[in-house]
Design a protein around this ligand. Sequence first.
Ligand code: 2PG
Ligand code: MG
Length: 420
Amino acid sequence: MKIRSLDAYQIYDSRGNPTIEAEVTLENGMTGRGLVPSGASTGQFEAKELRDGEASRFRGKSVFRAIANVHQKIAAVVRGCDVLDQRAIDDSLIALDGTPDKSHLGANAILAVSLAVANAAAVAKGVPLFQSLGEGTLLPLPEIQIFGGGAHANWRTDVQDFLLIATGAKTYEESLRITFDVYHAAGDLMKERGTCYGVADEGGYWPEFRTNEEVFETFLRAIERAGYTPGVEASLSLDIAASDLFDEASGLYHFRLEDRSFDSDAFAELLTHWCEKYPVVSLEDPMADTDFDGWKKIHSALGSKLQLIGDDLFTTNIARIRQGMESGLANAVLIKLNQIGTVSETMDAIRLTQEAGWNPVVSARSGETEDAFISHLAVATDAGQLKVGSFSRSERMAKWNEVLRISRSLGARARFSPIC
Ligand code: 2PG
Ligand code: MG
């Protein structure tokens, strides 16, 4: 089935910022859309989203140049292509852009089109998106934020994400049930403290804490209040987002909340101590994306005990993932479509991760849309894990709920594993 036309326009993400949506129309009139998310704690090696940068218009965040690129450059290349040949279309978008970081056309322009093609292909085939993308049947284990900090909560805490992994769940539904119980128990605790300012960008509580360790203690109390045993049914996962804490010039990591600085060794020791003291089963971006020695140190201390995820470190980029594998820096890769910019490259990154015996964790961005593409991607590829922020705000719940729908559609073929 051939592509008849391509359109793009500005919509708004979950932070109320402009983003781009593309729509592919096929010769038979069927359509598919692609909606692009946006990060706040972005890695320096990510593909570049194109924003207009005019301070007087949408605070510089409008995406009209990216939209013009879709209309004036991409449409001519995509028109007439077979919508089922995602790889050929993605390759031609990469070639048309011609830069390693997609900065010419904009990764947001390219991804909008790539996602729209994938959605239109599923419509053309008459199958659900996950089935169109792959053969997978594994429902993802959720990683769900309870407390939000860092760049997503005006640095209320230095650690960006305190997340829950329902290690005791036997089904996807049960993992959401455990999360529901703990999320609301944490909310009750926040009300009792009287120091909560609402929820952070990804829906986790945005509290006032004096230290980062106080969050761990509150988290454990929330798990117990919900009737579970920390480390049994409900375990902890952290995204340190350490690149945001790191000063390249001095080589120091800095905690704003506690006004403390650490060299790389001391920072790795502190994180190792936290992971030994608390039931942490997964640790993301513990060190900055350029601090390879720090990564090696933390990998030798914790790599055999817990999941060590590279996010800003790898930016869903196959070359960087390979380099990390050769140097033994981590054992899992965060997968974000807009870090690399096409569906095909994202799926390549997942496959490479799996072939090495590492875990891919499909992830949303802090600025999201109502689209649930990543839920389908996680199941289609048997990725095994999904990280979407918290258990509130509809741009987050859309993803968790979509997995419930996929589960119904898979029926008895659906699989689930609580081990990360
Ligand atoms: C991350 C993501 C999502 P952002 O660091 O993993 O939590 O944040 O989209 O801001 O990069
Ligand atoms: Mg991260």
